[in-house]
Design a protein around this ligand. Structure first.
Ligand SMILES: Cc1cc2nc3c(=O)[nH]c(=O)nc-3n(C[C@H](O)[C@H](O)[C@H](O)COP(=O)(O)O)c2cc1C
Length: 288
């Protein structure tokens, strides 16, 4: 972290410090720098603005550093003109935090087929978790309001996304649960669109880690997946995509069950011993 500006500001009888810090995050992405403008009263930061180089396309005349320094000049003038007005203006920009109920186990049922194979897997997993005394929530991304990630990189400024949608609840629950179970069909060799929308939005969690705002390593993850074609190679992509998601989201992969050669609704109920296998995996993950 390099401090590129530090000014003492006298506003009436009060004193503030205005600073701009530049962070080199090129280990995450090449050429990625984040700028933090802060106003401090004593040790406490009472106003904060962040921006980063990835927000500015080459064709745009603005650059992250210039934007931050210009804002620093504006904040200095506003503070000197009327510190109370400046500070009350900041308060009105604060969002009210959303209250999310905590659960022990989150099950994601990613098939749009309401009573298909993934849904059966989700039911088996839910029963196993409830029998182990856990609080469980089953979520259906295809029925939820999830905006696609637009790659704006603004989550690296605040640790949160620009969209206020159902992902706020999903991320909060996944971060605080013990076990995440993803039940998904293979669609065109990978995950269905609704699940892809959801996992891409965990970029926000990755960004929050860069700001030391995220907890890590608490949640375990299981993948339960079905494919119509015969052969375990049909899950190659599913495994890669969902393992990579878990790495981004700070989730420890803890096992998977891949069932190939099933297409018809209820197909998997006919496979001997499968329900017991799924239940044993869930129980084992909840033991340790
Ligand atoms: C749009 C679509 C794409 C699919 N793509 C594949 C595929 O690439 N490979 C495969 O083995 N099965 C594929 N399937 C078959 C499903 O994975 C299979 O029918 C699965 O059992 C459906 O699970 P569900 O009952 O939970 O919806 C596809 C099905 C759909 C509807």
């Amino acid at each position: 972290m390099e401090q590129i500006l530090s000014r003492e500001i006298k506003a009436g009888t009060r004193f503030f410090t205005l600073t701009v810090d530049k962070e080199d995050l090129s280990e995450i992405y090449p050429g990625f720098f984040r700028y933090t403008l802060a106003v401090r009263s004593g040790d406490a930061a009472i106003a904060l603005f962040r921006t980063n180089t990835y927000e500015y396309a080459p064709g745009v005349p603005l650059r992250a550093e210039e934007v931050t320094l210009e804002k620093a000049d504006r904040w200095e003038k506003d503070l000197q003109a009327n510190a109370d007005e400046f500070l009350s203006g900041l308060k009105s920009e604060l969002k009210t935090p959303v209250q999310i109920p905590h659960v022990d186990v989150v099950i994601v049922q990613a098939s749009p087929r309401a009573d298909g194979n993934s849904s059966t897997l989700a039911q088996w997993a839910e029963v196993a978790a409830r029998e182990a005394g856990m609080e469980v929530d089953v979520i259906y991304p295809h029925d939820m309001d999830i905006h696609e990630c637009i790659g704006c990189y603004q989550c690296f400024n605040a640790g949160t996304c620009i969209y206020d949608d159902d992902m706020i609840g999903i991320i909060a629950q996944v971060n605080s649960c013990r076990l995440l179970i993803i039940c998904t069909p293979v669609y065109t060799n990978t995950v269905p669109g609704n699940l892809k929308l959801m996992i891409d939005r965990f970029q926000e969690y990755f960004a929050a880690q860069s700001l030391d705002l995220a907890q890590t390593g608490k949640t375990k993850g299981i993948i339960l997946s079905v494919a119509g074609r015969p052969g375990q190679e049909n899950f190659t992509c599913i495994k890669k995509v969902l393992t990579s998601f878990m790495n981004i989201a700070g989730i420890r992969p803890a096992g998977d069950v891949f069932i190939d050669g099933v297409d018809r609704v209820h197909d998997i109920r006919e496979i001997e011993g499968l329900r017991e296998r799924v239940q044993a995996l869930v129980e084992n993950c909840l033991k340790s």
